[in-house]
Design a protein around this ligand. Structure first.
Ligand code: SF4
Length: 377
């Protein structure tokens, strides 16, 4: 897929980590927890012969529990956390003359490419770590303490639609967050290895409280979703008013570049979305040349976003499958009782008990990162 070709550390992404996960699960002293990215549930069923377009969240959770994970958690929890930090950063940049546009920073393939190609613009991406990394940081620094666990005995496993996430987890400045990353296809392989009959599984729920999430976070799996989730929260924080219609349909769709102006009270927020590297490059060059004045842009390296990640079941050229995967995520958002990240009760509690407020000193220390110019090796 696209992700492999854009990652200069391509060799790294080929490592098969399933053996490492089985070793951790069989280790009697290890407390092994797992997080699953939103796009995984939208495609995992395809590995078991399901037609595309159906999220298999409940069965996926049951399978992970049957495999022996001590806790089955959700990257969506951390996606809500990302929105708290990212929306606060956006508002801060807008109010205090900070660098605009702000670029979302959840896609490591894009960030990696950006660091090589746009070294004059390293202050453009949000300093927020991606949800995968935020999850690991909170698991080891907050959850561990709360549950009286030694973080040294904890193994954080991620199931990701993405091969570049393996590289991201190994980055020096945040390599303690996540221990092992496997792809959607690798998870399917492990479920089969364990002899689990996927279709006979009941639907189960994620464990509390790193498994609690909102509809906004589910959207991270599809192009435009991070933007939509951020706008739901930014809108309410800027206006102090409730947002009635949470669906920003003008930024949805699978076109390579999309633009919209979102009216937030007396402010116009200009937003742009690019998916696919060629489109991202066009957009970034416009910004570099002073031809665009956006406040926020979202970029995903994979056309369609993470639903089309390099670790997902193969599309085999069938573009319709992507639309159906996107539909599965929009449906999951619609069915969630809470659809705005800042209303996630577990996130509210996390700030009350530990992080204080978005962009606090401790939040900055654990949840934010830096970007560096690197030569392509
Ligand atoms: Fe990975 Fe998603 Fe980026 Fe693709 S778009 S490289 S799946 S983070």
């Amino acid at each position: 897929g696209q992700c492999v070709s854009v990652c200069p550390t391509g060799a790294l992404t080929q490592v098969n980590n399933t053996t490492k996960v089985w070793e951790a699960l069989n280790h009697k002293d290890k407390f092994v927890i797992v997080q699953t990215a939103p796009a995984v549930r939208a495609a995992l069923g395809e590995c078991f012969g399901d037609t595309s377009g159906k999220a298999v969240t409940g069965k996926m959770v049951a399978a992970l529990r049957a495999m022996g994970f001590d806790k089955v958690f959700d990257t969506d929890f951390a996606a809500d956390l990302t929105i708290m930090e990212e929306a606060a950063e956006l508002i801060d940049r807008m109010n205090n003359g900070g660098r605009l546009p702000m670029l979302t920073s959840c896609c490591p393939a894009w960030i990696n490419y950006f660091e090589h190609e746009f070294k004059d613009m390293l202050d453009v991406p949000s300093s927020c770590k991606s949800p995968q990394q935020m999850f690991g940081a909170i698991a080891k620094n907050y959850y561990a303490k709360k549950m009286n666990l030694n973080p040294e005995n904890m193994v954080v496993v991620s199931v990701m639609p993405c091969l570049a996430k393996k590289y991201e987890a190994s980055r020096e400045e945040m390599k303690n967050d996540v221990d092992i990353v496997i792809s959607t296809r690798e998870l399917a392989k492990m479920i089969k290895e364990a002899g689990i009959s996927f279709h006979s599984l009941p639907n189960e729920e994620f464990d509390s409280f790193l498994g609690e999430s909102t509809g906004a976070s589910v959207l991270f799996g599809v192009t435009g979703g991070v933007m939509e989730a951020a706008l739901r929260t930014a809108y309410e924080w800027i206006t102090g008013e409730g947002l009635e219609n949470v669906e920003f349909s003008m930024i949805r769709g699978l076109d390579g570049i999309r633009e919209a102006t979102v009216q937030i009270k007396d402010r116009e927020v200009k937003a742009a979305i690019a998916n696919g590297l060629g489109n991202a490059r066009i957009l970034l060059n416009k910004i570099r040349n002073g031809e665009a004045d956006y406040q926020i842009i979202e970029i995903m390296a994979c056309p369609g976003g993470c639903i089309n990640g390099g670790g997902q079941p193969y599309l085999r050229g069938d573009y319709e499958v992507l639309k159906r995967r996107a539909g599965a995520l929009y449906e999951e958002d619609q069915n969630k009782p809470i659809r705005k990240s800042h209303e996630n009760p577990a996130i509210i509690k996390l700030y009350e008990e530990f992080l204080d407020k978005p962009n606090s000193e401790i939040a900055h220390h654990l949840l934010h990162t830096q970007y560096f110019y690197k030569e392509i090796s």
